[in-house]
Design a protein around this ligand. Structure first.
Ligand code: ZN
Length: 191
């Protein structure tokens, strides 16, 4: 079954950074049922295309590695969301993904000779490293305080709060925010 691209965008994927999409590839519905988008080849294809990763068509999707990185990134986000340090175990898992093989190479550039590290770009290990690097970018160059977890405990989606005062609390005001407004309105009506 092919899922149209706008479906993924409507669910909030493909907007902020690859790492956030990976974390949000675990999606809970209002009944607490979990969908793991990593098991959907259409989602994985969309994800690779959306972030301009080289496709890895000859390699099986490394589910165990992706899930391990996803868990580490979720736990790290939760820690940052609570203004805590990233636990060492999660830091190790992120560093494992970042530890990419490659080679030192000498280049003759216009301004002289330069030694550069050239990573192995093929396959999923490169993609895993890039996902981890996108998290480092958000944390180091962006504002970790803007990493938020939806206030709806059934939802748990992670988002990047771009509001000036960092006051956003819902993943989407159309879904979770709206449900909350309806719930409050009902509570007011009840005698
Ligand atoms: Zn939500």
């Amino acid at each position: 079954m092919t899922v149209p691209q706008y479906d993924f965008l409507a669910h909030g994927h493909g907007k902020t950074a690859p790492w956030m999409d990976l974390v949000n590839s675990e999606e809970w519905d209002t009944f607490g049922r979990l969908t793991d988008h990593l098991t959907s080849p259409a989602w994985v294809r969309y994800f690779l295309r959306q972030w301009h990763f080289p496709g890895a068509p000859y390699e099986k999707t490394p589910l165990a590695k992706l899930r391990a990185l996803r868990a580490a990134l979720r736990k790290s986000s939760q820690a940052l969301f609570r203004s805590q340090a990233i636990p060492p175990q999660q830091l190790r898992a992120i560093n494992r993904a970042l530890n990419l093989r490659g080679k030192q190479q000498l280049f003759q550039r216009q301004n002289g000779l330069r030694m550069e590290f050239v990573p192995d770009r093929g396959g999923w290990n490169f993609i895993l490293a890039e996902i981890a690097r996108s998290f480092v970018d958000t944390v180091a160059k962006g504002a970790p305080a803007r990493i938020k977890i939806c206030r709806n405990h059934d939802c748990r989606l992670i988002f990047y709060d771009l509001t000036k005062a960092k006051t956003r609390v819902w993943c989407s005001s159309n879904s979770c925010g709206n449900r909350e407004r309806v719930r409050r309105a009902r509570a007011r009506i009840r005698p």
